[in-house]
Ligand binder design. Structure first.
Ligand code: ASP
Length: 335
């Protein structure tokens, strides 16, 4: 589907994967329904923009059902289509993970912008049309070249590496607790307000991705039973520890043993702020776990740490390469 042709008019490829933005139905709840052409046609002002839209339907699914392979295949197709900008429309449930996966493996300087909606088209104040319009505007903007993947909802622009879904229903669900938005839509124009540091760019692994990475959240009075034999089921593990990266003292020895067998990455379950490396000294503290061979995730939250570890393992990275990648992606290295 095309909005407008013309010399020098940016061509924006829009990939539809489904999600709330595309949902319809009255009895028993909404399901992914509308295709890309219908959704684009329903956006006021989109047809007036000086862009050519190349609309592609890849999936019609809730984002809970998306896979790494889906996103890697999308990345390959999006790179091959040689557009001036790319928009990915999907459900918001996994947007913080898919956007970071794309950020890591996107080989081009072309803007790649993810969006979705918190309210389905049946609801008053549905946010899908505004989000889709904003995403196309950002994808067509020169300011966002070379910045990797960004997420656009609610007139805010977030770097994929920082963005989190922080509310289950609010249209203002997406936020970057460690950085704030890198831009805004102001009177219909994208404005970049903060340039993120250079991103980590990795070779795109070829599907199918067969490495398994577990994510275990540490909880009060945790006896570590979930860790038993984990190395027989997982190629790597992300721990979401307390606060700055702590676990009960009773868990520490088992974690140390696991870290000799598979890469174990330590992140914080808090949702904002880093894991530390040299502040606490008790058994089960961040410094104790690092001494046992665990790798710190810095500012990366557990979900993003799991995405990074899985991409690294799929690419055959060894422990040293994994530690180096987390040191860079974790964002704490002194500049
Ligand atoms: N609630 C989700 C959404 O916002 C459903 C999904 O992720 O597909 O789109």
């Amino acid at each position: 589907m095309t909005c407008r042709y013309g010399a020098g008019v940016p061509r924006i490829a829009v990939f539809f994967l489904g999600g709330t933005i595309s949902m319809a139905g009255h009895y028993g709840g909404v399901v992914a329904w509308h295709g890309g052409a219908e959704l684009v046609a329903a956006v006021p002002r989109l047809g007036d923009l000086d862009v050519t839209l190349d609309v592609r339907d890849l999936r019609r699914a809730p984002s809970a059902c998306l896979t790494f392979d889906d996103i890697l295949e999308l990345a390959a197709e999006a790179e091959a289509c040689d557009a001036d900008g790319v928009v990915v429309v999907q459900g918001t449930d996994t947007l913080e993970e898919t956007s970071y996966l794309l950020d890591l493996v996107w080989q081009l300087d072309t803007p790649i912008v993810l969006t979705g909606a918190m309210r389905n088209p049946n609801l008053a104040g549905a946010d899908g049309p505004a989000n889709l319009l904003a995403a196309v505007l950002v994808a067509a903007s020169e300011q966002f070249r070379g910045l990797g993947a960004v997420v656009v909802l609610n007139d805010e622009i977030h770097a994929a590496r920082y963005v989190r879904k922080t509310h289950s229903t609010s249209p203002a669900a997406f936020a970057s607790p460690n950085a704030g938005p890198i831009g805004h839509l102001v009177e219909g124009a994208p404005v970049l307000v903060a340039q993120p540091p250079p991103r980590l760019r990795l070779a795109r692994p070829v599907p199918p991705i067969e490495v398994a990475v577990g994510l275990v959240t540490v909880t009060l009075d945790d006896d570590g039973a979930l860790l038993a034999d984990l190395d027989s089921r997982c190629d790597g593990l992300v721990l979401a520890g307390f606060g700055v990266g702590h676990v009960p003292a009773t868990m520490a020895p088992a974690i140390g043993v696991l870290a000799t067998r598979i890469p174990v990455v330590l992140s914080s379950r808090i949702g904002a702020g880093p894991v530390l490396s040299a502040t606490y000294g008790f058994t089960g503290s961040e410094s104790d776990l690092l001494a046992r061979g665990v790798i710190g995730a810095g500012l990366l939250d557990p979900y993003k740490a799991r995405v990074l570890l899985r991409v690294l393992l799929a690419g055959g990275a060894d422990r040293e390469a994994i530690a180096a990648a987390f040191a860079q992606a974790g964002g704490l290295a002194a500049g």
